[in-house]
Design a protein around this ligand. Sequence first.
Ligand SMILES: Cc1ncc(COP(=O)(O)O)c(C=O)c1O
Length: 455
Amino acid sequence: MTKTRVSIEEQFRRAHPRSEALFHRAKAAIAGGITHDIRHLLPFPIYVDRAGGSRKWDVDGHELIDYWVGHGALFLGHAHPTVQQAVGNQLGRGTHYGACHGLEVRWAEAVLKLMARTERIRFVGSGTEATLLAIRLARAATGKDKIVKFEGHFHGWHDYAVAGVRPPFDRPVSAGVPQGVLAGLLICPPNNWDAFAALTSGRDDVAGVILEPGGGSSGTIPTDRNFLVRLREFTRAQGMVLIFDEVITGFRFAPGGAQQRYEIHADLTTLAKILAGGLPGGAVVGSAEIMDQLAFRDDSVWNREDRVAHAGTFNANPLSAAAGIATLELLADGQAQAKADRAGVILRTGIAEVIEKLAVDACVYGESSIINLFLGPRRHGLDISGPVSRLDHRLLMGHPNLEAYHLLRCALILHGVDLPLFHGWLSAAHSDEDLEKTIRAFEAAVRLMRDEGSL
Ligand SMILES: Cc1ncc(COP(=O)(O)O)c(C=O)c1O
């Protein structure tokens, strides 16, 4: 009797009946059934019940090694005892005072101490709010309107940020964005000095330049450091505000973020994720000169006409502040970053070995504690070994094998690993055993996909 093979999708369905039932209910209540676009998974997302350290457990009882770790926010892992305790202590003292409080001052001082050459901070509610405020500050500081943004760089979901994210880059990734907003952006190919020079030459209306210094879309488009150096020199000379979006890389690439690692410093930096220790929060940091545009003065004309306005009910709320302070204190000496970086090397190397051993048309790359995966480089003519500046970012961001990514994610989940579709984030909580298991799971998942001819 011949054994009929059960497809990955069918195995996934059979293993996750409770998740499937929850998704069924979710679709009738939550728009699109999910609460963040990148949680979209075919045939349905898994629902998680609890988490601790590098692991999480889904509602069907499966244990998963987690490479989401709170979309990169939980650098110390899930439910870290020191962070838990700090939040627990604060919980009993109130969650919102509608007033200034000592924790926000301590949190501010902790951030400024880690981020070199910053003098002031303003807390916001998320990374999206941070980039929105930074763009406003840059415009106000220069009295100019245009912002240069790079293709494939991600800065959240507000109207300015959804332009030039995925190909075709001349169209925003969302409907509902006014033409007037799009007209305020100059979209430039990344790592391409000639293109940048051509785009900006002869213009006197450019307020600033925003980019992810660690590479567009969490390193999917790796950074060319020479490009960053030139950009720093050029923007300084031209009086443009250079904004580094360190929502991912802040406190991860080094205690002082990507700018410490690269020794290149921005005028304004946006932070979120690790900043708030896994609770909601974000911030903009920078020089007093630019940041103090937010300050009230003894001058009613300034206050009404010239000041940069900013509000937000949950800015620097005591719970996020408590989690943020506890986290940043544990990250200040760089040891956690060194551990996570080492884990990144082990994981990328192990997965690259599997790819080579099984001659899979895939490649793995990344910097620091991030792992990026591209499926189909040979089929699509992508040479990842060449210089960064020659990588085709349209291909990297186009993810031509989208179905295969979904299937691989399901196959990995079946083997106890939850890796986001295109990149994963490591934490200081990932152990050597986790990495070893993940590499074995990757091999098993690839074999499953091979068996059904999908890789
Ligand atoms: C580089 C970057 N900027 C901004 C954001 C937006 O942050 P948030 O999701 O907190 O709004 C993200 C989110 O992943 C990000 O990766």
